[in-house]
Design a protein around this ligand. Structure first.
Ligand SMILES: NC(=O)C1=CN([C@@H]2O[C@H](COP(=O)(O)OP(=O)(O)OC[C@H]3O[C@@H](n4cnc5c(N)ncnc54)[C@H](OP(=O)(O)O)[C@@H]3O)[C@@H](O)[C@H]2O)C=CC1
Ligand SMILES: O=C(O)[C@@H]1CCC=N1
Length: 269
């Protein structure tokens, strides 16, 4: 056992949300988590929340049992060589970075470093996240189970055997909130054009997204069947569906997802 149970190397949006979620779930008290930020101001805010803080990220790697790598993929070429110089018992490394492969991490930290890659999404901040996980050869099933249990406290999880799946799923959960917000934004803009007050339009549309998601999750009807149940013959909905289909909504979304995934592979190079 090291000095801290948990560390976050890059306590930004996601890193902070994950450690705060773990504390909320009662997995450990904030004093048992060490957070790295470059910014002194952010360190002070985290200290006020009861976390241990540091401006030296090697300390997170050497002093914590589990270390979340919460930096951007573009920062890995800078930080991995520094961490490779740390002489310490290997922590369990949890990488949430899009595209960054086990091979890249292992080349720097050693193939004996247990690593779990996770692709989370921002709704985990509300306990409504969706996270996918995969472990490398050095990580044990118990270590994977422990990381999964952590993310289970913040939403739904899925485990994959193949590392490549962690790139393939990005558009459908990790990145998906952005696409959903764009859809909501377009709907609300249209509603405002038709005189619907913006706040009402957003509230009604969000409730409709929640309700529709719950209908889908019941699993007793396919998306096509649910669409059919809304589209009254000769009614209003079909007129909009005709536009969505003729303008190629499905093709647009398929191409967007392809490009999102392709970028993950590029980031891993
Ligand atoms: N945002 C999202 O929806 C999702 C993000 N991810 C992944 O999560 C990771 C973090 O994303 P996000 O939380 O949005 O990013 P943020 O920009 O919010 O956080 C990045 C963190 O990295 C630190 N940092 C930045 N540059 C350096 C550097 N050169 N050396 C050391 N530390 C540095 C920052 O320090 P400081 O706090 O001092 O600024 C900050 O703590 C990414 O790899 C991304 O792929 C995965 C799924 C979803
Ligand atoms: O845009 C990104 O690269 C990250 C990964 C998934 C969501 N945000």
């Amino acid at each position: 056992m090291k000095t801290y149970r948990f560390g976050v190397l890059g306590a930004g949006n996601m890193g902070t949300a994950i450690v705060e979620g773990a504390v909320r779930a009662g997995l450990f008290p904030p004093a048992q988590a060490l957070l790295f930020n470059r910014s002194a101001e952010k360190r002070e805010k985290n200290r006020e929340k009861g976390f241990a803080v540091t401006g030296d990220y090697t300390e997170v790697y050497t002093a914590c049992d589990t270390v979340v790598l919460g930096v951007k993929p573009q920062n890995f070429d800078e930080i991995l060589p520094v961490l490779s110089g740390c002489r310490c018992e290997k922590p369990l490394v949890v990488s949430i970075a899009a595209g960054i492969t086990f091979a890249k991490i292992e080349r720097a930290l050693g193939a004996d470093t247990p690593v779990v890659r996770v692709m989370p999404n921002t709704p985990l901040m509300l306990g409504e996240g969706a996270a996918q996980l995969v472990k490398n050869a050095a990580a044990t099933q118990e270590q994977l189970d422990a990381v999964r249990a952590l993310f289970d406290t913040m939403g739904a999880t899925a485990v994959f055997d193949e590392e490549s799946m962690l790139n393939e799923v990005i558009p459908y959960a990790g990145s998906a909130p952005a696409y959903i917000y764009a859809f909501a934004d377009a709907m609300v803009r249209s509603a405002v054009q038709h005189g619907v007050p913006e706040a009402d339009a957003l509230r009604m549309f969000c409730q409709t997204m929640i309700g529709s998601a719950k209908m889908l999750l019941r699993g007793d009807r396919t998306p096509a069947e649910l669409i059919g149940a809304v589209c009254s013959p000769g009614g209003t909905t079909v007129e909009a569906m005709k536009v969505l289909e003729s303008r190629g909504l499905y093709d647009i979304l398929a191409e967007a997802c392809d490009n999102c995934i392709a970028r993950a592979y590029e980031l891993g190079k």
